[in-house]
Design a binder for this molecule. Structure first.
Ligand code: BGC
Length: 350
């Protein structure tokens, strides 16, 4: 790690001064992260000739980040990534109502989730990490408990962006944090990602109803367009006659990851440039979302429009709607416990 540079990013409507932290490693790779939403506004990666280019979608001006509540470009997502059916759950016999910001359902922590919060930033000199902290009040967005959240972003000299999430609460609550970068390894953000090859160590996925709420049980990927056990292009089956793909206008599903503990779970490869990204995590699921609801309303950082399928999110997380599913692993964080999870996005070229 070489250094971290701090610069002004913008001022929110509420008058908060937002700073940008540029993490630079010894190879010259850069990660730009802002104190608003913990958003990664740029992340460079090398192609096979060693040329570094930005590979994450974003806006061209700060206000768009401050006003966004539908793309979640590069943001920290919490308290609960993905959907909670009807914005309701019960815990310890008490019912909780969350706001419904996705039709009848609650999505990504609500209208003013963690992606829309101002985080306190601190540079940890030992590891050259950016530490972002946020305290979510008891009852915020309808969730119980005051939640103290810390996210550490570290850019290593192995060209990996490491994200560590930690949290504690003063009352039992639910939690599911993730990162929402849309990757486009071509570095041209108006170009479709359907030419990228994807491989995921997942034998099963979670099928959903037409509002993207999980159906019962897991489905085998074998014999379906959801089979990424071996590398294939994202475009190969994305338009197949398949009810699940129709619902989401492409892939927008949670895969059930094989194995446990910190392990390599997915690889994304762009044959033209040679850029490759590995996803390493201790999480049990990954939401693979092919940017189906990008709608061309904004100009991309490299010109052209942010059309559908110009980026892919690989969001490591617990399963959607877990607070309402007895059969899914628990997402409850109890008083006195510590939530801790780690995901690494590692870049190389071949
Ligand atoms: C979800 C999509 C949602 C998108 C919003 C993704 O994480 O899976 O369903 O439309 O976020 O940007």
């Amino acid at each position: 790690m070489k250094n971290i540079q701090i610069s002004d990013f913008g001022i929110t409507k509420e008058g908060d001064i937002i700073k940008k932290y540029t993490l630079i490693n010894k190879n010259g790779m850069q990660a730009e992260i802002i104190s608003f939403g913990g958003i990664v506004t740029a992340l460079t990666a090398p192609d096979r000739n060693g040329a570094y280019k930005d590979v994450v979608l974003g806006f061209t001006n700060p206000e768009n980040y401050f006003n966004d509540n539908s793309y979640f470009f590069g943001a920290i997502i919490g308290r609960f990534a993905n959907r909670i059916a009807h914005g309701k759950f019960s815990l310890n016999g008490e019912n909780f109502n969350l706001n419904k910001n996705n039709g009848e359902n609650h999505l990504h922590g609500g209208e003013n989730g963690f992606f829309a919060k101002v985080w306190e930033a601190e540079i940890i000199s030992d590891t050259q990490s950016l530490k972002l902290s946020y305290t979510s009040k008891d009852g915020e967005e309808g969730y119980p408990g005051e939640l103290m959240v810390t996210v550490f972003y570290t850019l290593t000299d192995e060209n990996a962006l490491e994200i560590i999430y930690e949290a504690t609460t003063n009352r039992d609550t639910v939690i599911n944090l993730t990162h929402h970068s849309y990757f486009n390894l071509s570095g041209n953000f108006s170009q479709s990602i359907t030419d990228h090859e994807l491989q995921m160590n997942a034998g099963r996925f979670i099928a959903t109803d037409d509002s993207s709420i999980p159906l019962e049980g897991f489905r085998e990927v074998a014999g379906t367009p959801f089979d990424f056990r071996n590398f294939k292009t994202i475009g190969k089956d994305i338009d197949a006659e398949d009810e699940q793909l129709k619902i989401a206008k492409g892939y927008d599903h949670c895969w059930v990851l094989n194995g446990e503990g910190m392990r390599l779970v997915a690889e994304l490869y762009h044959p033209e440039s040679g850029r490759k990204m590995e996803v390493i995590t201790d999480q049990i699921g990954i939401q693979g979302y092919t940017g189906n609801f990008l709608d061309g309303k904004f100009e991309t950082k490299t010109g052209g429009k942010n059309n559908p399928r110009t980026g892919i999110c690989l969001e490591t997380q617990h399963f959607p709607d877990s607070p309402n599913r007895k059969s899914f692993p628990s997402v409850v964080l109890k008083i006195g416990e510590k939530y801790e999870t780690k995901t690494i996005y590692r870049f190389s070229a071949k």
